[in-house]
Ligand binder design. Structure first.
Ligand code: NAD
Length: 425
């Protein structure tokens, strides 16, 4: 490393010029620069328009989870993820749920909440009444900002207000409820919230600071449930194991965090494949999991009267089929085509089914053979590659490490040397 990271006008340089600067700063080789600068199907020009200070792109594997039957329709699920075993587990879970009829889903209309924070309001409770009373005027102003959204049946539909107590004293928070149709909606909602700000200041007599969307999208929940016959999941003992694993997570936030991470493994992989906003989904999911004051699970697992396993999930799902980078990124467009969803609501429901499937896959592995075996055999391949194995050697080294239950870099290097010395590669 050399030089200062304080650069003026870095953003004005071309991506190649920026990479030249980084090359010098970080001591990158020509080969490393060529790898970063190879943006693949996303042209450098497009990448440079999507975010700031672009120097290249980072490709992720794109896998397809198979076997998904949702509301009696077949889906292939595109997943972009760096973690091994997620796609395989989703496909396996999809297959198990098929035996019980697949997934059934529902969702709320795609309504997002835009918050407008008014401070120094003298009479916050009466101001709240005045804001609610001015609903028509406020909604009109908001909807004037987005005639396109209104023309497709969306737009601001309601206004609510609440008084909260903070270390800075009471605040009046006005909340715009905006139907975002097939968009995720952050830009649309933020624009509307900004536009009604002078109105909120006039009505409340206060001063407005923040006007921004909330990612705790409780008015945009997606739900899915599935039934897995006990014999398909591995028998009564495995059903017991899964329900006990769920009970543990439901009662303990330390376990719930990992339980929900497993759910998000599936959801976020699809969100990445379609270039949606994964931060919004993750923030919404975790906040929803803590909505009652204690962090808990987003899914539930129980036994029905026949002893079969039944799972359900409910979480906020602010996803778009339009807007943001969804229609800009060439691969995201193809991923949506593979999914074959027609509305953001259908997309949200498919995502909730994928989350539940991923959860089932993980819980079954945990309850049955323990997750490490399946996970580590895939992980072993990554370790083998990182240790320098190529071609056939990757599988040979990975298999030996799994057999010997020593999936470590030093072991991989030792095996590579052994194979090379023996001339078996
Ligand atoms: P956008 O503004 O690019 O597109 C939405 C617009 O598309 C609508 O406002 C509407 O005018 C138009 N449209 C055309 N046909 C439509 C249809 N059928 N349904 C809905 N809208 C239609 O995007 P957006 O969805 O408003 O914002 C998403 C972006 O905002 C994402 O890139 C996200 O990362 C970013 N963002 C997120 C946050 C956050 O806190 N989550 C905050 C700021 C920005």
């Amino acid at each position: 490393m050399s030089g200062s990271s304080l650069v003026s006008g870095f953003y004005k340089l071309s991506p190649e010029e920026r990479l030249g600067f980084v090359k010098e700063f970080a001591g990158l080789s020509d080969e490393e620069c060529a790898l970063i600068g190879n943006t693949g199907s996303l042209s450098m020009d497009l990448a440079d328009r999507m975010i700031e200070n672009v120097v290249g792109a980072i490709p992720l594997p794109l896998g397809i989870a198979t076997n998904f039957l949702i509301n009696k329709r077949d889906y292939l699920i595109p997943m972009a993820i760096e973690e091994p075993s997620v796609v395989a587990a989703a496909s396996y879970a999809g297959k198990m749920t098929r035996e019980g009829g697949g997934f059934y889903t529902s969702s709320m209309p795609p309504v997002m909440i835009g918050q407008i924070q008014a401070v120094e309001v003298k009479d916050p409770y009466t101001a709240r009444m005045r804001v609610i009373q001015a609903k028509e005027e406020i909604l009109k102003k908001a909807n004037d900002q987005d005639p396109v959204l209104v023309s497709v049946g969306g737009g601001a539909k309601d206004i609510d207000a609440k008084v909260i107590y903070t270390i800075q004293g009471p605040m009046l928070i006005a909340e715009l409820h905006v139907d975002c149709r097939d968009a995720m909606g952050a830009n649309a909602v933020n624009t509307m919230a900004e536009a009604v700000t002078p109105m909120i200041e006039r009505i409340t007599g206060g001063h407005v600071y923040l006007r921004i969307i909330s990612n705790l999208a409780t008015k945009r929940l997606a739900r899915a449930w599935c039934l897995v016959p006990k014999d398909v999941v591995g028998g009564e003992e495995v059903v017991d194991g899964i329900i006990n694993a769920y009970a543990f997570a439901a009662a303990d936030p330390y376990r719930a965090a990992t339980h929900n991470k497993g759910i998000l493994n599936g959801i976020i992989a699809v969100i990445l494949a379609t270039c949606n906003d994964h931060r919004a989904i993750e923030a919404g999911a975790h906040a929803y999991a803590a909505r009652n004051g204690r962090y808990t699970t987003l899914s539930t697992w129980e036994r029905n009267e026949d002893g079969d396993l039944v799972g359900s999930i409910e979480l906020p799902m602010a996803v778009g089929m339009i807007g943001g980078a969804v229609r800009t990124h060439p691969i995201a467009k193809i991923a949506l085509k593979i999914l074959g969803v027609e509305t953001a609501n259908e997309f949200a429901e498919v995502l909730s089914a994928v989350g539940l499937a991923q959860n089932l896959g993980a819980l079954r592995a945990l309850a049955d053979e323990g997750i490490q075996r399946g996970h580590m055999s895939l992980h072993a391949r990554n370790i083998a590659v990182a240790a320098g194995a190529t071609g056939r050697l990757i599988d040979l080294v990975a298999e030996r490490m799994v057999e010997e239950r020593k999936i470590r870099m030093d072991k991989a290097k030792e095996l590579i040397k052994q194979y090379k010395d023996s001339g078996k590669t």
